[in-house]
Design a protein around this ligand. Structure first.
Ligand SMILES: Nc1ncnc2c1ncn2[C@@H]1O[C@H](COP(=O)(O)OP(=O)(O)OP(=O)(O)O)[C@@H](O)[C@H]1O
Ligand SMILES: [Mg+2]
Length: 714
């Protein structure tokens, strides 16, 4: 802005002053400032008003305001008022380099009062291209400053006979230019403020819209900024966190660790990636991936910035995956071991049974034999559990109602848990049916109940509950609230000792037990796990040390009606018969046991060591063969092929498959094809004779569904 007293003194000296005109000029300035142009909302309108007043007061034909482009390479007209036409316009542009003398003079902060614009060294550059075409004879230009910088010019252009710019007119023009400077300065400030506010708001929306938590602390560790995700995650409002240190926000241990990290970030002076544990509002520990970085603001103050994401769920999923991969590997191993043991145990228990049947009641060897048999039985049941865990067990699933299963077990469970434990059942009458093997489900419930009992040595409360649920806690991904009830849930809860996190992480591993030697084998839960997974469900555990534990089994619901509970019970053992049985089995011990067993029960037995031999016998045996008892897994030709080929020549033969292993020709994913007769290894002589009788007695007119739904006539 130009101080009016800095005008060249000679312009005020010895010149005639028209007092009336000076008064007009003063009152015009007065009017202008009273119209409060600083508050103008519309800059163009405010400038337009000012050029009008100036033009009228100085009786100047053209009054215009020009502003420099950003690089000061051009200047453009933002407002032009033509007095006689009473017209406003704008838009003309001049290149600075085309008028060097003029712009040099302007930059020197002069008032350019050119009485004869065509002759004046400062303005003659305009003569040909600008002044003449418009008929301009005199010019008076005053620079405009905004925020201390040359920003433009206020131009007065006189048309007609030449004109002398009087000192009062020059002073008036300078005052008007100063006023315009103020208006434009104010306008620029307001625009800058608005832009700043907009940018701050945009930045805030940016910081608040993501998922990442962001915060800033000063050097003393006081929070100075936090975004909305931060407030949401920790359920804090600004007044809760602003100006607070970690020690006022988090538990002391957490705060200590965070502060240590912050200090080392300040000391290191570079961004750092960290994993920090900060509890959620419910107190549960959450793991955060945090990027912390030191920075200095414009005033030189140091701050710590942080961006963080909650990786708790991610970690849990990773852990779940790791866990299930481990279980898969252990399961394969366990299944393999169990398979090999099955043959051996069949022989051990089978022969002890046969010997027991043969020796007299008072034989001195009887006790020893009983011990062998008992050990064999126990080992068989362990093997069964391993098979269940490794999901290699043969399931006979049917549609069933879990409520009925629980109700049927209730009496036994009550006896199992004893008097100090209060057993409660809460069964949802609307519970949907599931498809599972009832015997296996009973086994799973019993294992859970026994564990619950063991967890409450001083007594307590044991609840068995059923309900329809939409999703399991394992299905964390689906977030929709109204899920259809896809699962039937069975929960077993106790008020016992509970488990810490380390124990919980391992409970489903086979042979993991915290019980004293001899009290637990650690196969209970691994069996449950296997049964549930093999049935297409999930199992979940929630436990708190000292408070109790809840296991939840989720089984997928099915639409089929519940099958009636099985018909007449298969009669007790000691079944006999006279039919002819062809045994094909590659393991000599098992083959001999089966032969001995069946012969002792009156059957005629034909033996084959492999499929080819069986087919040869089938071809050459003169009499009827009533039953083919075939091991499923055999080298060269498996049991299923043997049966199929034998059935071609002897279509009336009934087939009983024997196996200790489920992933094979007749059992797929552990599920037996309907109508297939199957005996699981290891079997006892009683199991065998019972099963053989059952198959032989099964209705003859029903087409024998061979394996996998393939119908074989005859
Ligand atoms: N309801 C429960 N409350 C507390 N701890 C439990 C509960 N259920 C299981 N556990 C823990 O899980 C471990 C493994 O259980 P699991 O049933 O697999 O084996 P176990 O009971 O020790 O032996 P067993 O093979 O006889 O069942 C237990 O030793 C115990 O530490
Ligand atoms: Mg157990």
């Amino acid at each position: 802005m130009i101080p009016t007293d800095s005008l060249p003194t000679d312009v005020t000296k010895g010149q005639f002053v028209d007092l009336e005109q000076v008064i007009r000029e003063l009152s015009a300035l007065n009017d202008l400032s009273r119209s409060n142009p600083l508050q103008a909302r519309d800059l163009a309108a405010a400038l337009g008003r000012m050029t009008e007043v100036v033009a009228r007061t100085l009786k100047t034909e053209r009054v215009s305001i020009w502003r420099y482009s950003d690089a000061h390479s051009a200047i453009s007209c933002v407002e032009l008022y033509e007095l006689s036409a009473h017209r406003h316009s704008s838009g003309m542009e001049l290149k600075v380099q085309d008028y060097p003398a003029y712009f040099k003079a302007l930059a020197a902060s002069e008032v350019i009062a050119a009485d004869d614009a065509h002759q004046d060294a400062r303005t003659c550059e305009f003569s040909k291209r600008y002044l003449r075409p418009l008929g301009i004879t005199s010019m008076m230009d005053v620079p405009i400053y905004v925020a201390g910088m040359l920003d433009g010019v206020l131009c007065h252009e006189h048309i007609g006979a030449g004109r002398q710019w009087r000192p009062d007119e020059q002073m008036f023009a300078v005052a008007a230019a100063n006023l315009i400077s103020l208006v434009m300065g104010q306008w620029e400030r307001r625009r800058a403020e608005e832009a700043l506010r907009e940018s701050q708001e945009r930045f805030r929306a940016f910081m608040d819209s993501g998922l990442a938590v962001a915060f800033m602390k000063d050097e003393d560790g006081r929070m100075v900024y936090a975004n909305q995700p931060f407030e949401r995650c920790f359920q804090l409002t600004r007044s809760n966190w602003f100006g607070k240190t970690d020690f006022e926000l988090w538990p002391q241990e957490t705060a200590k660790k965070l502060r240590e990290n912050d200090l080392s970030v300040f000391a290191g002076g570079v961004p750092v990636e960290l994993t920090e544990t900060v509890p959620a509002p419910d107190g549960s520990p959450h793991s955060w991936l945090v990027f912390k970085f030191p920075f200095t603001d414009v005033s030189g103050k140091r701050f710590l910035g942080g961006m963080a994401v909650d990786t708790t769920e991610h970690k849990q999923l990773e852990e779940q995956l790791r866990q299930s991969q481990k279980m898969e590997a252990v399961g394969k191993l366990a299944g393999g071991v169990a398979h090999d043991f099955n043959n051996l145990l069949t022989i051990i228990t089978g022969y002890s049974q046969l010997l027991l049947d043969r020796i007299g009641q008072d034989s001195p060897l009887r006790g020893n034999l009983m011990e062998i048999k008992k050990a064999g039985d126990r080992a068989s049941s362990l093997t069964q559990q391993l098979l269940a865990f490794s999901r290699r067990q043969v399931l006979k699933p049917k549609v069933l109602d879990l409520n009925t299963v629980v109700a049927g077990l209730e009496g036994m469970l009550q006896r199992l848990v004893g008097e100090d434990i209060h057993l409660v059942t809460a069964l949802d009458p609307e519970l949907g049916p599931v498809k599972a093997d009832p015997g296996q489900i009973e086994q799973a419930i019993m294992n859970l109940v026994v564990n619950a009992r063991d967890a409450m040595p001083q007594g307590g409360r044991l609840t068995v509950e059923t309900a329809n649920v939409g999703r399991t806690t394992a299905d964390r991904r689906g977030e929709s609230l109204k899920e259809p009830a896809r699962y039937a849930m069975l929960a077993v809860s106790d008020t016992g000792c509970g488990m810490d996190a380390q124990t919980q992480a391992r409970i489903f591993e086979p042979f993991f037990t915290t019980k004293e030697v001899g009290k637990g084998t650690g196969l209970g839960l691994s069996t449950v796990y296997g049964i549930v997974e093999q049935s297409g469900g999930h199992i979940d555990v929630a436990s708190e040390l000292g408070r109790g534990t809840t296991f939840k089994i989720y089984l997928p619901r099915v639409d089929d009606a519940v099958a009636e509970r099985g018909g007449a019970k298969v009669p007790a053992s000691q079944q006999r018969g006279t039919e002819t049985v062809l045994i094909v089995e590659d393991e000599p011990g098992v083959r001999a046991l089966a032969r001995d067993t069946l012969q002792r029960r009156g059957y005629s037995v034909l033996e084959a060591r492999h499929g080819i031999e069986a087919l040869v016998i089938g071809d050459q045996h003169p009499g009827t063969i009533h039953l083919l008892m075939a091991d499923v897994v055999m080298p060269q030709m498996n049991g299923r092929e043997v049966a199929e080929r034998l059935l071609r020549v002897r279509p009336k033969v009934k087939v009983l498959y024997v196996s200790g292993y489920t992933e094979n020709a007749i059992v797929h994913h552990g599920v037996l094809a309907p109508g297939t007769n199957f005996l699981q290894k290891p079997f006892t002589p009683d199991d065998l004779s019972e099963k053989v009788r059952e198959v032989l007695d099964s209705q003859a007119e029903r087409p024998s569904m061979n394996c996998l739904g393939r119908e074989v006539s005859g």
